[in-house]
Design a protein around this ligand. Structure first.
Ligand SMILES: *Cc1c(COP(=O)(O)O)cnc(C)c1O
Length: 379
């Protein structure tokens, strides 16, 4: 885990781990005859979208998925030519640049479909569209009562040459809760939406599964799976057993200053911690502005000089203090705040549990103005 360079605040992104995880997921998909769309929204869940995309495509993924048009265009600007689907739009989004860049677009409503058709007509090109059904998440997607009209309108636009309907798709609400009754209910509604699309004369592929369903519901793989979080090595369904995923992000810093304090000396703002005996302190130059939650003050540990050691006192904006007890650690020593966990260091999942959130929120929030990203692994 250590290399020579001393980091202030760095996210090490292990593309070999990404490739390994994609191998696991694409292998599962292939076993049921499905292809894999790796989701790289929100800058690859904070890992760096172009790097993740390239690693994923080299490891057996066929497609990429993002939320925002800007994210899709960023992949094209990085020279990535694989199919990219984009699914969440604002009124201000322009579809002309997206279609020009061969970005596939999702439509959840006739209004969005009309905007896509307009943009395609303006360009004189055929747009590739994925029609999204709301099967019970009640977020994006077309409600069942509006679906027949949407697929009719799509069939008409397809006949006119402005769009090609590539897929019918939907998203699951509770796939990470094994056996949750909504999963089968959504699958039934999805089957009905697909039948209605066929009846309207469309011949689309189908996709429904996120990471959790990719790992636990092969019957819902259909033609394509859409894993996100598992690609990054974070398991959304650890209760279903060890899937052999490897976390790709390690957050590390290094010791900026060490000092010895006497018993009775207190540490950091508010003096919330007081040394019970003479001890050694190590100052680490990362704080809540760098993604270390202040609410973990007094209840987090870091990996430093071969073991876990407690962070004492408040986490500040720019720095935190570690109690190294009777060990005098060297300035410049590597500090791992979280990583894959194989040495015994904390993990993003552990942070999430302590904070009462999910590991998704941890990794997507880590890349900040003072934080660097270092990509490691074979190219
Ligand atoms: C984020 C997202 C995914 C991936 O979900 P994970 O739980 O990270 O696997 C798949 N599909 C859609 C529509 C999404 O928004």
């Amino acid at each position: 885990m250590s290399d020579q360079h001393v980091y202030r605040a760095d996210l090490r992104i292990d593309v070999d781990a990404i490739r390994h995880n994609v191998g696991v997921l694409a292998g599962r998909a292939r076993a049921s005859g499905a292809a894999t769309m790796v989701v790289v929204k929100s800058d690859g869940y904070g890992h760096g979208a172009p790097e993740v995309a390239r690693a994923a495509l080299s490891a057996g993924a066929e497609r990429l998925g993002v939320a925002a048009v800007e994210e899709a265009l960023q992949l094209r600007e990085a020279g990535i030519t694989a199919p990219v689907l984009c699914w969440l739009f604002a009124e201000s989004d322009e579809f002309v640049p997206a279609i020009r860049a061969d970005v596939e677009l999702s439509a959840s409503s006739q209004a969005t479909l009309a905007r896509i058709v307009d943009a395609a007509a303006k360009l004189g090109r055929t747009a590739t569209v994925h029609l999204k059904a709301d099967t019970g998440l009640s977020r994006s997607g077309c409600p069942a009562e509006l679906w027949p009209a949407l697929v009719e309108a799509a069939a008409k636009a397809e006949a006119e040459g402005w769009i090609r309907v590539e897929a019918v798709w939907s998203h699951l609400a509770c796939a990470d809760e094994l056996g949750h009754p909504s999963i089968d209910q959504q699958a039934e509604r999805f089957a009905r939406a697909y039948e209605q699309a066929r009846a309207a004369g469309l011949d689309p592929i189908r996709h429904l599964a996120n990471s959790a369903a990719t790992l636990t519901r092969p019957d819902l793989h259909f033609d394509l799976v859409r894993p996100g979080i598992a690609v990054y090595g974070l398991d959304p369904v650890p209760q279903a057993g060890d899937h052999g995923l490897v976390p790709a992000m390690t957050f590390r810093s290094s010791v900026a200053l060490t000092k010895r304090v006497e018993a009775g000396e207190s540490v950091s703002y508010g003096h919330t911690w007081t040394a019970g005996q003479p001890t050694n302190l190590a100052l680490v130059p990362v704080g809540y502005a760098d993604g270390v939650p202040r609410s973990l003050s007094g209840r987090m540990q870091v990996w430093l000089a071969g073991k876990r050691r407690p962070v004492v006192g408040r986490v500040c904006m720019d720095q935190l203090v570690v109690d190294t007890g009777q060990d005098a650690v060297a300035e410049g020593s590597e500090v791992v705040l979280f990583g894959p966990g194989d040495l015994g260091e904390p993990t993003a999942a552990e942070w999430a549990e302590q904070l009462g959130t999910i590991h998704y929120e941890i990794v997507t929030g880590m890349y900040r103005p003072r934080v660097t990203r270092t990509v490691v692994g074979a190219r």
